[in-house]
Design a protein around this ligand. Structure first.
Ligand code: FAD
Length: 280
């Protein structure tokens, strides 16, 4: 029996784009709030597509009494755009942010004034000072656009040294990849906490598509078993919960400093995982 202390938990949302989605998210925030998360984060559409919606969602979460961290991606933006957004957040009392490069929507011509997330991290540190908590993205199975693992690790370390406070990983199902990433990046001098990003199996088909696009391995035995359930939603739910619970147990007992759930704006599976893992 494990005596490991439960690590803090955080939850990620995307900004809803309908009034029904807004109302649903309010309810999801209340339900997940019962777990007493360290913070909720809200994604930011590539190229600023959700700029106002991200801000509105973050404000609504803060108003409900929880810490909220907006994501901010820099590709396609000017320094002036980014400075303006940071100033708005500062006025709202926000001091925590997830700093990303993002991906330009295809067909977009201009890359803007930031090439990599490390440049955004430096910019936030220089302009906002030491009190901001800056999270960056980490990829235990490497970033899909980087052919050479060693280079990806060096770029990550450079990004951390530019002023990151912590990292949140891309979702993964292979705990060895996570522990190897943490060990390697620490050896290279990046000492910040690396919080695993966990994707419950909300919808196996969609998650398999994301995984194929982003170079994330879903173990063959998990895929085959899920596919074998066909439309049996109860078996898919039960098996998915077991797989993700065991993954989190391994991560927590191996010393993961927190768990960040990709909620897809739903509370049910995430709450069940928190209950099983005694998080919060
Ligand atoms: P970077 O750290 O800049 O890395 C991008 C690529 O460039 C990597 O291949 C890296 O190896 C390479 N690289 C870095 N520095 C250099 C250098 N100096 N020279 C050469 N190559 C270099 N996207 C959104 O649009 N909105 C979101 O809200 C969002 N949230 C996310 C949250 C998390 C936790 C994660 C893991 C990802 C999120 N993403 C989001 C996706 C992310 O924007 C993409 O994965 C994007 O392709 C890379 O962003 P990054 O910040 O990791 O980039």
């Amino acid at each position: 029996m494990s005596t490991t202390v439960s690590p803090p938990v955080s939850f990620e949302f995307f900004p809803p784009n309908t009034p029904v989605g807004d109302a649903k998210l309010k309810d999801v925030v209340q339900r997940l709030g019962e777990v007493k998360p360290e913070f909720f984060s809200v994604t930011y559409g590539a190229g600023g597509a959700t700029r106002d919606k991200t801000l509105a969602t973050v404000s609504a979460i803060a108003l409900a009494g929880f810490e909220a961290a907006p994501h901010l991606s820099c590709v396609g933006s000017t320094r002036e755009n980014i400075a303006e957004i940071l100033a708005t957040y500062r006025t709202q009392g926000i001091r925590r942010i997830v700093a990303l490069r993002g991906d330009l929507p295809s067909g977009t011509a201009t890359a803007g004034e930031f090439r990599y997330a490390s440049e955004l991290v430096s910019f936030i540190r220089e302009t906002q000072g030491p009190d901001w908590h800056i999270e960056v993205a980490a990829y235990p199975e490497y970033h899909p656009q980087q052919r050479y693992a060693a280079r990806d690790l060096q770029h990550y370390v450079h990004k951390v040294k530019a002023g990151a406070s912590a990292a949140i990983t891309q979702f993964f199902f292979n705990s060895d990849a996570y522990f190897h990433f943490v060990e390697e990046t620490q050896r290279l001098g990046a000492e910040v906490p690396v919080v695993p990003g966990i994707m419950p199996f909300h919808n196996f088909g969609r998650i398999a598509q994301f995984a194929a696009r982003d170079g994330i391995e879903i173990p063959r035995w998990v895929t085959l078993k899920m596919e074998g359930f066909h439309d049996d939603a109860a078996s898919i739910r039960a098996f998915g919960l077991d797989v993700v619970t065991k993954l989190c147990e391994r991560l927590i007992s191996g010393g993961a400093p927190g768990i960040h759930f990709y909620t897809m704006n739903q509370s049910e599976l995430t709450l069940e995982l928190c209950r099983r893992l005694k998080l919060g």
